[in-house]
Design a protein around this ligand. Structure first.
Ligand code: N01
Length: 495
């Protein structure tokens, strides 16, 4: 029996509580496991799709992998001795999540193929309505709806006119053969870089349409040999130490680098990226691939072999702007038609959606769509004023980018459980952040963002409509500290 379950049964005054978790991806599975560990059994996880895994279920493009090391991109409560690589492939990550969900009894709480249409806080409870018209109620809603899952389709003329298959990286059509195709990929983000790195030499022609070059951090990806895997199986403490070490290295180096544009860590990242670019032997190609902004201003791309792939004879880089898409391919502004048989849109995601399009209605009919009309926000990325007992995992403006979002969600969930505990112990019925605290947090966040590398002159999905990074602008240690214990003075506790 876990410590928390002990607490649940030993508590002097406890209130039975029901939870709804939205989403059965990484964060939703995490929520379900941790709810059970805390002694809660009355909860349902609603998942709009037919399976677990969120991002990893949706992104199945060739070369898909996580660029956070696998031993860090794992739940702390479910270390995996069997990771095949330092950065393991997407299919393996999906299997890992499915496996955790199965072995930790999450399956019996999930309703698959059941999207939520609307949630409303009425008479002290959340009223839930699914897309099929079913109704449910809960004391708490945990939104684990993910960040990068609404594909962004580019506003390019003629998108409908192409004769062959055309799809987004997150909607890969596996019925389309590749080996006989002249492939065009639009965009140079992490997804496209992984695809190019995988497909180079496997397709007759691969044309990468680059609007903006990327800095690419070299990240060798060796296999983890069977002896090491066995060592991890035999002595989980060794594996735990590896995870801790990786977490510390990320926090001390990468996380510190991006939030302080003048930091020595960032200067080092810059040097590593420049040296990596130096491996491109053709000077013309090298200059075409050279960004004119600082490394990590955009979300840093990690790859063991992108530049090698770009130098493969099957790959060509197109730097002319796209004029339009036609039946036979992509025409660039210089008038050239690049003839293609498959077009892949590596054009990223709409990053301001979060729970939406779910209609979320808080206290007294306040609509989330109105509250977020300008842009999404959330106190500590978790809570929104007037939306009591609703908490987000990986909500707006939290730590994003090259962090392990698993670590982020775990810390957030433990924080949320401390607020839930107030209700369970009968101290209050409703917990919601105050307007004052949320406004103060947002002001401080926007101010701190000015010191980050994200504001040093580039276009990226981090930047909101004002050009302010929609991200955690402080060191990861500060996030850890904030998550350790809620400041109750920032919350309204309604009896
Ligand atoms: O998308 P992106 P992504 N015409 O938004 C270009 C995570 N991720 O799917 O730079 C021409 O980064 C756009 O150009 P520009 C990771 O957090 C993680 O690749 O705006 N081009 C850009 O090059 C990542 O950051 C892993 O000028 C157009 C590209 O499309 C996030 O997902 C793996 C265009 C979009 O890049 C998103 O990555 C993969 C147009 N009209 C992804 N519109 C891991 O390994 C857009 N572009 C964990």
């Amino acid at each position: 029996m876990s410590k928390n379950t002990d607490k649940a049964s030993a508590g002097t005054q406890t209130k039975p509580l029901r939870f709804v978790v939205i989403g059965a991806g990484m964060a939703g599975i995490l929520g379900a496991v941790k709810l059970q560990d805390a002694g809660f059994t009355d909860f349902t996880v609603y998942e709009k799709a037919g399976g677990f895994g969120g991002t990893w279920r949706e992104n199945t493009y060739p070369g898909v992998a996580c660029d956070v090391p696998s031993h860090l991109y794992s739940y702390s409560f479910a270390p995996n001795p069997n990771w095949s690589h330092v950065f393991s492939p997407g299919q393996e990550i999906l299997s890992y999540f499915e496996d955790v969900a199965r072995t930790r009894g999450v399956e019996e709480h999930v309703k698959f193929n059941t999207g939520i249409r609307r949630i409303e806080f009425r008479d002290g409870r959340w009223r839930i309505e699914t897309e099929h018209g079913e109704e449910d109620e809960a004391d708490f809603v945990i939104a684990a709806t993910g960040v990068l899952h609404h594909p962004s389709y580019p506003n390019i003329e003629g998108l409908e006119d192409f004769d062959g298959p055309l799809f987004h990286t997150a909607r890969w059509d596996h019925s389309v053969s590749l080996e006989d195709k002249r492939v065009g990929i639009i965009g140079t983000g992490s997804s496209s870089v992984q695809i190019v790195s995988d497909l180079a030499g496997k397709v007759p022609e691969l044309h990468l349409f680059q609007r903006t070059p990327q800095w690419v951090m070299p990240t060798p990806n060796p296999e983890i040999d069977s002896a090491t895997q066995e060592l991890y199986r035999d002595d989980p403490e060794v594996m735990r130490a590896v995870r801790e070490n990786l977490a510390q290295t990320f926090a001390d180096n990468f996380a510190s680098a991006v939030v302080d544009a003048e930091s020595p860590q960032l200067a080092m990242l810059q040097q590593m990226c420049e040296a990596n670019l130096g491996t491109v032997t053709d000077p013309e190609l090298r200059e075409q691939l050279r960004p004119d902004y600082r490394a990590a201003c955009k979300r840093l791309v990690m790859s063991p072999n992108f530049y090698e792939a770009m130098q493969d004879p099957s790959v060509s880089l197109v730097t002319e702007k796209i004029s339009r898409i036609e039946a036979k391919g992509i025409r660039t502004v210089d008038g050239e038609l690049h003839e293609l048989e498959l077009i892949v849109l590596g054009t990223g995601f709409r990053v301001d959606r979060f729970m939406r399009p779910i209609e979320v209605v808080g206290r007294d009919g306040v609509a989330l769509d109105d509250v977020w009309a300008e842009r999404p926000s959330g106190y500590l990325a978790i809570s929104i004023p007037e939306f009591p007992n609703l908490f987000m995992l990986n909500g707006p403006n939290g730590p994003v980018g090259n962090f392990s979002l698993i670590d982020v969600a775990e810390l957030q969930f433990d924080y949320i459980m401390q607020l839930v505990e107030l209700v369970r112990a009968g101290r209050c019925q409703e917990v919601s952040v105050t307007h004052k605290a949320a406004d103060r947090f947002e002001e401080e966040r926007v101010e701190a963002a000015k010191n980050t590398v994200w504001m040093t002159g580039c276009r990226s999905w981090y930047l909101d409509d004002r050009g302010v990074p929609a991200a955690w602008p402080w060191a990861f240690g500060r996030f850890r500290d904030e998550m350790a214990k809620p400041k109750l003075e920032d919350y309204e506790l309604t009896p």
